[in-house]
Design a protein around this ligand. Structure first.
Ligand SMILES: NC(=O)c1ccc[n+]([C@@H]2O[C@H](COP(=O)([O-])OP(=O)(O)OC[C@H]3O[C@@H](n4cnc5c(N)ncnc54)[C@H](OP(=O)(O)O)[C@@H]3O)[C@@H](O)[C@H]2O)c1
Length: 299
């Protein structure tokens, strides 16, 4: 047993994770949805036999937060059953499993950063299904199961808030953006790096199993985040105006407060992710390039 297996490898995080593993010189196989459906127990068992990985990272998920409200059973199949199927296969093979989860498992009505073992209380179908996935992994793999919760994720390999704002800056004079939801914008490149370190630490036996929070340091609102994006574009940040969540009612409720604490990394000898602004600055040129390129091909 050696190397890594990444499921959901065609997604935004999966792509960056495979790139980081390659950069780190790790042997890694990435399977996208067409190559491995994580809800198919026979296919999952066969994949673990074929690749015999020491670490499996599950980046596959139902991520359509609003659609999940009307299709909770379908979302639960991917976000709850899928992780259980993977965990059972890892229990049989002896592989470590890292399950990527979300801030939406919390109620989002806190005022200080959520600790890894603070009470959960999802308010959306998506959050409930992701919590089911966390429990399946932790219950099935008490010694070798890891959950890494992330939030406000962006990267070059998928659609996301940063890319949307880059596009809107070029077509709108002003933008109204909500200023009453707080969180931690997190770059897939940073999260991928953290997952690589966690997997290595798990294999060395220095990272306790359980829950970790994989979000950037610091905090902001979507409004503050957008102003920073405008600043990096060389656009006037005053064109971004604050508004309230009532102006953008959506099927799934959004957490007002999604700031996560990062205490448990220290015990594993791993530095938590850096402050969100520094990460955005580093990630930004590639995001602009990919967004401008997709704008060209869309026409
Ligand atoms: N994006 C965020 O802001 C955010 C925030 C918090 C947590 N997270 C978590 O971070 C992780 C990665 O998210 P992401 O942004 O990279 O999502 P993403 O880009 O939507 O990627 C998810 C991938 O999973 C695949 N997938 C769906 N159902 C599958 C199945 N049954 N079997 C195998 N693959 C399947 C999807 O394929 P198709 O496209 O073909 O359906 C997609 O490629 C997820 O666990 C997500 O819940 C994301």
């Amino acid at each position: 047993m050696s190397g890594w297996l990444v499921t959901g490898a065609g997604g935004m995080l999966g792509r960056d994770l495979l790139a980081r593993l390659a950069a780190a010189g790790e042997r890694a196989a990435g399977l996208d949805r067409s190559a491995l459906d994580i809800t198919d127990a026979d296919a999952v068992r066969a994949a673990l036999e074929t690749y015999a990985p020491a670490v499996v990272v599950n980046c596959a998920a139902w991520t359509a937060v609003d659609d999940a409200e009307a299709k909770e059973a379908e979302a639960l199949a991917v976000n709850g059953t899928g992780p259980r199927v993977l965990a059972e296969a890892c229990a049989a093979s002896g592989a470590v499993l890292i399950q990527v989860s979300t801030d939406y498992v919390f109620a989002g009505d806190g005022q200080t950063p959520y600790g890894e073992y603070d009470a959960t209380g999802p308010r959306s179908a998506y959050g409930r299904t992701k919590l089911a996935g966390e429990r399946a992994v932790l219950d099935t793999l008490p010694e070798t199961g890891y959950v890494v919760r992330t939030a406000w994720l962006y990267g070059a390999g998928g659609g996301n808030f940063v890319r949307t704002m880059i596009k809107l800056e070029s077509v709108k004079d002003t933008l109204d953006v909500v200023d009453d939801q707080r969180g931690q914008p997190t770059w897939t490149g940073d999260l991928a790096e953290l997952l690589v370190r966690l997997g290595a630490a798990a294999l060395e036996g220095v990272a306790e199993p359980g829950i970790y929070h994989g979000t950037s340091g610091g905090e902001t609102t979507w409004f503050g985040f957008t102003r920073e994006i405008f600043r990096l574009l060389g656009a006037d940040p005053e064109r971004v105006r604050p508004t309230a969540s009532e102006a953008f009612v959506r099927p799934a409720p959004r957490p007002a407060y999604s700031v996560l604490g990062h205490e448990r990394w220290k015990r594993a000898g791993i530095e938590p992710i850096r402050e969100w602004r520094a990460a955005l600055e580093e990630a930004f040129p590639a995001l602009v390039a990919v967004e401008r390129q997709s704008g060209v091909t869309d026409q």
